[in-house]
Design a binder for this molecule. Sequence first.
Ligand SMILES: [Cu+2]
Length: 658
Amino acid sequence: MGRNIQLSVIIVMLVNYSTSFLTFPMSGRTFLDSFLRSISPNENILEHDFMKYAVPGHQCYRECSTKSQKVCYFKFQLEYYQVLGGACNDCAKGNQSQCFHDQCVTADGYERGFLSVNRQLPGPPIYVCKDDIVVVDVNNQMDGTATTIHWHGLRQVGTPFSDGVPFITQCPIYYGTTFRYAFHARDPGTHLYPSHSGQHKANGIYGPIVVRTEKEDSPLYDFDPPDFIMLAADWMHVYAEQYFPGLTSKLSIFESLLINGRGRFLNKTTCLFSDAPLTIYNVEQFKRYRFRVINAASNVCPFQLQIENHEMMIIASDGSSFKPVKADTLFFISGERYDIVVDANRDEVRDYWVRIRAMPPCTKEIEEFAILRYHKDPVKDQAVDFNFNDRKPPGWLDVFPDGRYFNSPRPDLMGIKLSTVEGNVIDKRITHAEPDYSFNLFIGTPQLENEVLFSGNNTIKFMVTSAKANYNNVGVFNNISLTLPHISLLSQPSEIDENMFCDKNNYRDKECIENSDICRCIHRIKVHLGSIVELILFDIHDTLTHPFHLHGHKFYVMDMGSFKTHMNVEKIVRNDVPSDSKETNETPPHKDTVLVPNPGYIRVRFRADNPGFWLGHCHFDWHLAIGMAVIFQVGELNQMKKEPKGFGECRSYLPRHF
Ligand SMILES: [Cu+2]
């Protein structure tokens, strides 16, 4: 670990760490340990005065010890910002050193406006140790907007008010105001913080959050450097709202793919790629490195990761480890995270390409590269290294050898199925028990005829998925498209009226769309606190592979499979699922985001042990926006945490006398 830290310090200096200009309220760690001990595991820490122990967040990257926790303070300023703006000086004219200037964002080398966290893309990394308290003050300076940040992968046990889902766990953060998120970093692993509002994630509001543990120095690898993150995201050249609901003559498609906010766009006039810097991973030959792979995509294309002449050992997903699996091609979908180990064991000391490619349904050839740069002595070499490369990346048809796929959404490339790995986080009281509930959830984006959609006073949220067709699409779980309440459910329980909710058996005709099977209402599934819940998600109609993400819990992926022939819906309802797996996996993986094969199904199971209102949804931004989501109510209102003092409220203003 000693060497690891030393190497990391140098890397940190090279990374644009511009959080340091922010001010911190207070510092010191007097009595912190006794303070932490005084908080019971399920308590809402927002009710405690922890800020006097806070240290600047970047100090929380350190060697982790179960004996030493910190309160890690971060300040996020969200604002409209610019790619290749004034901060980059003449970077765009070829002055490469200026591309690394403070606050310079190069993205794919295409000048555009975007939404930023602290004038960085991605937002500043959060590296903490398990059981630290993370405090993030989010100041919304994006005038005219309201937003929230979700801590994807952190269950928010005891702190449901920090889950960041508008109108479910909090009111949106209006522009000009600040909202304090605070939570215990209980869930180790590689996670992501996206905005959970509107199209803000696609516009640039996202970043990595990594929770380390004391035993991180695994025998599986030599180094786990802080910036060995592969945060992949799609990138457009306009604000994403341009394509919501979409343009009839031009479908929403992203222009580039970014790895840690870096990439190149293809100029269609010159047929040349822009010369923006790429991400470089400096490695020492014959050492093994842990990489943290994150998919922050907003659009619908799964990503594929390959590393030239290297195999990868996949050791964990969504923060839970499993028996390592070797592959040359990793598929990962929006919201998923994978921890991989790469052995820099090639004889030749040179640059190797890290390639991330957008897969079908994307038909446009979009891929991006990072560089795995070998060094004999990385510490000496790095001091003079700018992140530019002089070698041209391979072309689209210049493919890397493959054949050992992991987590492929395509039945013809199934390879190693995620649901067959041997998980290390096992609770037989869940995996081997009889579930208290089993819900069939049919997910998809059904079509609505334009005749229906645009008739009379209809104002149904829809999206365009097919140019010039006579229909558009809405998102559903069991034919219900989720609408949000006008209050924050979790924090304004006294304003909840049981009649406001609906489900597939209880709905009002006026909430249903005439001449269709689809209803639009506040879709809620209520379960008892402590119960074991099984969800079977089916996708029988769609052409896409949707990622399902559950808030507040992690689930076991008990089974997943593709239907060989088109399924008879009646058959599915009777739970007659044609399983692909011959045997049940005794030790299934433990995740919070999983792809639903199409046509196919997944069966996931969890204990509903975290009281509150939690969203389960498709992780594609556009699909969430058209209602492809459902709210899980875990426990009764009186079993949920009471809202912290002074917590913001929201509601429609509709005086009764009108
Ligand atoms: Cu979806």
